[in-house]
Design a protein around this ligand. Structure first.
Ligand SMILES: [Fe+2]
Length: 289
């Protein structure tokens, strides 16, 4: 007997379908591409219109609803602007009943990267003069620069050579940071520095060492810079700042392991590699393959 697709499809309108999965926002940009950028071999788009729609499993739910069925959708969102937009968009779909769990222990974005450099003045000039970053703060050890309202998007730490100091992920709020830090601790990754509040940037921090030896920071409440009024502070200002290294006078100093990992020292070299190799040497070898 032939499968009667038309008949089955018409029956779908009387069904209730449970849909569980990952949600995402699909951001579509429509426009004309008529030329190539003079600076780089990249096509330049003249944006005509932009459309943001529910994606991932949310798109499956929309398709089920479009076929006339009632859809119960279950998913997880972060406590952030995209999460709120997804919630609003799903609520406006008449045949979808959304049951969304808000998980504030998830990071919402990569918020800054700190690089070690032996040529910190050259690096800072390059980022400001050529890449278009703005100067936020200077301390004896570090230069902080930004490309958005966050106090720092990139910072340079004085070091012996080019290597990764750490990457920081933004948590929705203090409670979310503590929940995320708790999950790390329960899984054997101790807090190597923190919980504390930094001087430059005023952000709350916790630092961990990843399995491969890089350093991860969970952070929140980073200072938002008003471009019209912001004045960077100097090395002298931060040298006398009373809240060092933690405004709460609680976090103390980083563990010795963290200092070494931030300095680019190898904790977990690839199998067969020399354990004394520095981070940048492993990266150079990998890139050279
Ligand atoms: Fe950081």
């Amino acid at each position: 007997m032939m499968f009667d697709f038309e008949h089955r499809l018409s029956e779908l309108a009387s069904q209730t379908v449970l849909c569980i999965g990952d949600l995402m926002l699909d951001d579509f940009v429509y426009g004309e591409v008529a030329r190539i950028s003079p600076e780089a071999p990249a096509p330049v788009i003249a944006v005509g219109r932009q459309e943001v729609v529910i994606g991932g499993a949310g798109n499956v739910a929309r398709n089920i609803a479009a076929l006339g069925a009632r859809c119960l959708f279950v998913g997880v969102v972060g406590e952030d602007e995209p999460g709120r937009r997804l919630m609003t968009a799903l609520l406006s779909e008449p045949r979808i009943e959304a049951y969304l769990v808000t998980d504030r222990s998830r990071p919402t974005k990569l918020t800054h990267v700190v690089l070690n450099s032996a040529r910190i003045d050259d690096q800072t000039s390059f980022f400001q003069d050529l890449l278009g970053f703005r100067h936020s703060d200077s301390t004896e050890m570090m230069e902080f620069i930004r490309c958005c309202a966050d106090h720092h998007s990139v910072a340079f730490a004085r070091g012996s050579g080019p290597s990764l100091n750490h990457m920081a992920y933004e948590m929705p709020n203090f409670d979310g940071l503590m929940r995320g830090a708790g999950r790390m601790k329960q899984n054997g990754f101790n807090i190597e520095w923190g919980v504390g509040r930094h001087g430059p940037g005023n952000n709350i921090f916790t630092y961990f060492i990843e399995p491969n030896g890089f350093v991860t920071e969970y952070t929140t409440e980073v200072e938002q810079v008003d471009e019209a009024t912001y004045v960077p502070n100097t090395v002298e200002y931060w040298a006398k700042f009373p809240g060092r290294p933690c405004r709460w006078n609680m976090a103390g100093h980083p563990s010795n392991r963290l200092r070494a990992a931030m300095g680019g020292e190898i904790f977990a070299p690839p199998a067969g590699e020399d354990e004394n190799l520095r981070c940048e040497e492993v990266m150079a070898r990998t890139l050279g393959r």
